[in-house]
Design a protein around this ligand. Structure first.
Ligand SMILES: Cc1cc2nc3c(=O)[nH]c(=O)nc-3n(C[C@H](O)[C@H](O)[C@H](O)COP(=O)(O)OP(=O)(O)OC[C@H]3O[C@@H](n4cnc5c(N)ncnc54)[C@H](O)[C@@H]3O)c2cc1C
Length: 261
């Protein structure tokens, strides 16, 4: 493995089809230094491409890095990972970053995510010392593997996966019966679902920003629509008014909603 400007060349040493939707690759990465943050991710650039896609570090030991790739209908990494012949190929990975931060005094953890969040939820559940509950949107044909290889012994509510390109996680979160006291809420999946949940956590549950982490991992909808509202001016006006990032995103969501009415 060679290093250049926080990028590493790493060789694919194995590929395993865990389910029709999930491919596990292990890459040789002897110089890789993890962050220790359980939802850490790297950028992955497959041979012949220059654009990266993000993948969670499912495991890292003995110079080997494990990445679990959701294969959906079409996509740059999806198409590459779908081929058995990728073993022996060299990919580029970028330096890892992590986000998960349990606040001091948290007494529990709630995790919500779709298939792309499964590797991070598994690592968090394996490493947290707090009681963990999970809501996982996983297709039927991947549920056994999810139970056995990702979340064994964890209290999981399994949610049916809607059609390709869809997710219904936001509605599921609104039905959660929250534990008492302070805790930490972590969620990742389709971006529009995540936006709805940020709003719910801020407005309905009135959580401080340190009590949750909600990340858009991918965008549904094959055709990218032009933005109804340009976030730039909303961001600058919010910053000038001394607003927090959460308030600015709430203003942006509000402006998008008004533009769509
Ligand atoms: C921090 C972070 C960590 C992530 N960790 C993982 C991980 O561990 N495993 C993982 O599989 N993904 C993970 N993702 C999500 C992954 O980066 C995206 O799904 C990515 O777009 C997939 O790239 P692609 O080349 O296959 O498809 P793209 O070329 O990016 O997209 C092609 C088409 O597929 C659609 N699409 C993209 N992703 C999905 C999906 N999941 N389901 C249905 N349709 C989709 C897009 O809307 C687009 O129309 C993570 C994302 C982030 C930000």
């Amino acid at each position: 493995m060679s290093t250049r400007a926080e990028q590493y060349a790493a060789e694919v040493v194995s590929r395993e089809q865990l389910s029709p939707h999930l491919v596990r690759i292990v890459v040789s990465a002897p110089d890789f230094r993890g962050t220790g943050v359980p939802d850490e991710w790297v950028g992955l650039i497959v041979p012949g491409q220059f654009q990266s896609r993000y993948y969670t570090v499912r495991a890292h030991a003995g110079g080997l890095l494990t990445l679990d790739i959701v294969v959906h209908e079409t996509g740059l990494v999806t198409e590459w990972a779908g081929r058995e012949s990728i073993v022996g190929e060299t990919i580029t990975i970028t330096a890892p970053k992590g986000s998960y931060t349990e606040p001091e005094g948290a007494g529990w953890v709630l995790l919500v995510g779709d298939l792309t969040a499964l590797p991070a939820m598994a690592r968090i559940a394996e490493t947290s010392t707090l009681p963990v509950r999970v809501w996982a949107e996983v297709p039927d044909d991947t549920r056994d593997v999810a139970r056995e290889r990702y979340l064994p012994g964890v209290e999981v509510t399994w949610l049916p996966a809607p059609e390709e390109g869809g997710s219904a996680l936001a509605a599921a979160v609104e039905t959660i019966d929250w534990p008492g006291g302070d805790g930490y809420f972590w969620m990742a999946g389709e971006s529009s679902q995540m936006r709805a949940i940020r709003k719910h956590l801020m407005r309905e549950r009135r959580l401080p920003a340190s009590a949750y982490d909600v990340m858009g991992y991918w965008r549904g909808g094959a055709v990218r629509q032009p933005r109804a509202v340009d976030p730039g001016p909303v961001w600058r006006a919010g910053k000038a008014a001394g607003k927090s990032d959460e308030q600015i995103w709430a203003d942006y969501d509000q402006a998008v909603q008004e533009a769509q009415q």
